[in-house]
Ligand binder design. Structure first.
Ligand code: AMP
Length: 546
């Protein structure tokens, strides 16, 4: 049995015939881009300039090195690298081999990586020696040890930087090989190209299978919707491993049109705004909290930065407040483009020539003419009347038909006719634009970083002093939402510090750790006996003051 359900054959055929799926792999695409733009700059990372020809050459050399270590088509590889040119080189090296990068976020720790390794059956972990004071080689050792007895053990570790005393291969040494000579071997465009981690609609996060056909279409369609061109210079302070920064629009969209990607490890407004001026950035993407910080910085120092090269500022990953939207355009002197979408597929953009009202108060329209959407009543599942709010369902040429190795969840996460239940509550305007008004799914959106509540609750319940736990998102002026843990304790009441220590000790990423702890005597329950989070939220009235 396949590890994931693809599109029905007649639907796939239609997508091919209409040209959405171009029948190309990412390895073939990079060869095409290098033939087209050879000497032009693909990547800018600090002082380093990497041309399209060099990107192809380095990725082929790394592919050969990895091949020599035994890496083969369809092997899954957890890639956890901060924003650096090596991420792009390594990603394409895996594509040449037909291996599958599993995108981990730089902030992920042992808990998340173990989950990724188990879910994906990863054979390898490609990472950096240390980043932000954290030693990824120690993490690699513990992953290898924990997976040693597994049916699909994690056997190979590759490190950018110093391998030190650890049982790991050096990225730099692997680059010393001859270029890989069998690009595309055994890989077809409908095969798995990458695995992304879902933000989670219910339960633990799942893996999202993306194919060469669908993800290349995503990159191309995004580039068109965002007005990208060969002179586009793209910058994002967000991790490039995010689906948003990698493809919506992201590095892959830029490479598709022949532009340049500026890579930075410093997300601070001052540093990024200096980069905009220095590299003549035309396209910048942010999430709402960063948009706020950038706008404040520009408003405070109106003459400090030359932003005249900027054409478009994209803001997405969480709801941008209608009040901040016009300030983004005013401060940057560029067109705001709202982005709403999900790693599962569907991406919506406001059009660059939409009216100010639509740009400032909607989250755009689906980017492909082949995207199908329905807005349905959350109780009955029936379509709501035009303009009413309801849950967004979608299917299309780049939206998954089911998660990776998750047959049971796939029964409930999708309708019988293949629509993905997004968990987002929207309303659609007569113009077709969507306005995101809330969600039915159980996650917290901390300024764009998704925290699956059931995952954190599972870790909380592992504490002997906690009998019941619920994680809820309370409103926050900067981040949109912040996580608060509501606990019923046995014995002494736990402090926020103790809870944080417990979660860190279990290897949880820092952004998932609650900012506040509320202890209750009894948990409110819904009529079916589940914890009533709406009631809890209503009870937690004042904002979190952290
Ligand atoms: P991810 O898969 O991590 O990109 O998360 C996707 C989810 O982020 C969506 O299902 C929405 O809940 C949320 N999201 C993304 N963009 C926006 C936006 N512009 N406004 C509101 N929510 C958003």
């Amino acid at each position: 049995m396949r590890d994931w359900p693809g599109w029905p054959e007649e639907v796939a055929e239609r997508y091919r015939q209409r040209g959405y799926w171009a029948g190309e792999t990412f390895s073939a695409a990079l060869h095409r881009w290098a033939a087209r733009s050879g000497e032009r700059t693909a990547l800018i990372d600090g002082e380093r300039r990497i041309s399209y020809a060099e990107l192809l050459d380095q990725s082929l050399r790394l592919a050969q090195g990895l091949h020599g270590l035994g890496m083969r088509p369809r092997d899954r590889v957890i890639v956890q690298l901060p924003n650096m040119a090596e991420f792009v080189v390594a990603w394409f090296a895996l594509q040449h081999l037909g291996a599958v990068p599993v995108h981990a976020m730089p902030a992920h720790r042992r808990s998340e990586l173990m989950h990724l390794a188990e879910l994906s059956g990863a054979r390898a972990y490609l990472t950096v020696d240390t980043f932000n004071g954290f030693d990824h080689r120690d993490l690699a050792d513990s992953l290898v040890a924990a997976r040693r007895q597994a049916a699909e053990p994690l056997e190979l570790v590759v490190v950018v930087g110093e391998a030190g005393e650890h049982d790991a291969h050096s990225y730099t040494d692997l680059l010393g090989n001859e270029p890989f000579a069998e690009p595309g071997e055994a890989t077809a465009s409908e095969d798995l190209a990458l695995l992304l981690l879902s933000g989670g609609t219910t339960g633990l996060p799942k893996l999202i299978p993306r194919t060469h056909d669908d993800y290349l279409y995503n990159a191309r369609c995004s580039a068109a919707a965002c007005g990208m061109h060969p002179d586009t210079v793209f910058l994002t302070p967000l991790p490039i491993a995010f689906n948003y920064s990698w493809c919506c629009p992201g590095a892959l969209s830029v490479l598709e049109v022949g532009g340049s990607v500026v890579i930075t490890r410093d997300p601070s407004p001052m540093s990024c705004l200096d980069l905009v001026a220095a590299e003549k950035v035309t396209s910048l993407t942010l999430n709402p909290p960063l948009a706020n910080l950038f706008v404040q910085e520009i408003e405070e120092e109106p003459d400090a930065y030359d932003l005249s090269s900027l054409e478009v500022v994209g803001v997405g990953a969480a709801r941008l407040s209608d009040a901040v939207a016009p300030r983004v355009e005013e401060a940057f002197g560029a067109t705001l483009q709202q982005v709403f979408g999900m790693a599962e597929g569907l991406i919506c953009y406001t059009a660059l020539d939409d009216s100010a009202e639509l740009r400032w108060s909607t989250q755009g329209v689906p980017m492909s003419p082949a995207d199908e959407i329905r807005v349905v009543d959350t109780e009955t599942g029936r379509p709501v009347a035009a303009g009413e709010q309801g849950e967004l369902l979608t299917r299309g040429p780049y939206t998954l038909r089911g998660y990776y190795r998750a047959p049971e969840h796939n029964q409930i996460g999708f309708t019988e006719d293949g629509f993905y239940r997004t968990g987002d509550v929207v309303r659609q305007l007569p113009s077709g634009h969507l306005v995101v008004v809330g969600r039915v799914k159980d996650h917290i959106n901390r300024g764009g970083e998704k925290i699956p509540a059931p995952e954190v609750e599972g870790h909380l319940l592992a504490h002997p002093g906690i009998e019941q736990a619920a994680l809820v998102g309370v409103p926050d002026a900067l981040l949109g939402e912040k996580p608060v843990a509501v606990l019923r304790c046995v014995g002494p009441v736990l402090s926020v510090k103790e809870v944080a220590e417990h979660l860190r000790g279990r290897g949880l990423a820092a952004y998932k750790i609650p900012d506040r702890v509320e202890v209750v005597e009894t948990m409110p329950l819904t009529p079916v006996g589940k914890i009533d989070k709406a009631a809890l939220l209503a009870g937690i009235s004042e904002a979190v003051d952290v």
